[in-house]
Design a protein around this ligand. Structure first.
Ligand SMILES: [Zn+2]
Length: 235
């Protein structure tokens, strides 16, 4: 029986059972499960260990961006989390571990190279998308979100882009991230313009949702007035 989590702030540590319990949540019901579930056994087979590794804040600073709580090495499949204990007892929030597991099962699930669509989305949108998926999994399973993460601005931007792609937002982002099909997202530069989309990527990396959403709204409405009958991007 896996552990039943009630809050994403619950602690996980170095035990293999913690890794497996978070993995069970990843594999559970969510609007993304049909796109990610086949990647889980592939990622587990390729992972060097079924345990989270921990480093303290000092070490973490040396290896990771300041706005993350973990690192998934897509070359090896090792997940390293920031130890948030004050006495080196190695623990992290379950939600932070789940976010890293979404990276682990992103294409290529067998690891060996960076995430396939990283270059299409840029760092900000890729992290935002990963966290949208994390939030949706938590919500679908009745696990309360936790506030101590740093992706809120990026999440808002990705949710706005999903609205632009509706009713296909889940399918397009799901296939792009988990199956490695960048063409699923080619509508975004079509609707927003290549330069417009590049600007959104930069604003996402800068955690600036207010400006990004204003810009998406104005580019999207210009597109709709040019193509009133367009199937995608209809409000
Ligand atoms: Zn991340």
């Amino acid at each position: 029986m896996s552990r039943k989590f009630h809050s994403a702030a619950e602690r996980v540590s170095t035990y293999e059972s913690d890794f497996n319990d978070v993995c069970a949540v990843l594999a559970g019901p969510s609007p993304w499960s049909e796109y990610l579930r086949d990647n889980i056994p592939i990622a587990l087979k390729a992972a060097p260990s079924h345990q989270f590794q921990f480093v303290d804040a000092k070490q973490f600073e040396r290896v990771a961006h300041k706005d993350t709580l973990g690192i998934t090495d897509k070359l090896t499949g090792q997940i390293t989390l920031l130890d948030i204990s004050s006495d080196k007892s190695s623990f992290a929030a379950m939600g932070a571990a789940l976010h890293e597991m979404v990276h682990l099962v992103s294409d290529p699930a067998k690891q060996g190279r960076p995430i396939t669509i990283a270059y299409v989305l840029g760092e900000g949108l890729l992290e935002g998308l990963t966290h949208v998926i994390t939030e949706d999994i938590l919500y679908a399973q009745g696990i309360a979100p936790w506030s101590d993460h740093k992706y809120g601005e990026r999440v808002k931007i990705v949710r706005k882009l999903m609205q632009v792609l509706q009713p296909d937002g889940y399918r397009r982002f799901g296939k792009a991230l988990f199956l490695g099909h960048p063409a699923e997202l080619s509508l975004l530069p079509q609707i927003l313009g290549s330069r417009g989309f590049d600007d959104i990527k930069t604003l996402a990396t800068m955690h600036n949702s207010a400006q990004a959403i204003r810009s998406i709204d104005s580019l999207w409405s210009a597109y709709r007035s040019r193509k009133p009958g367009a199937a995608a991007g209809r409000p």
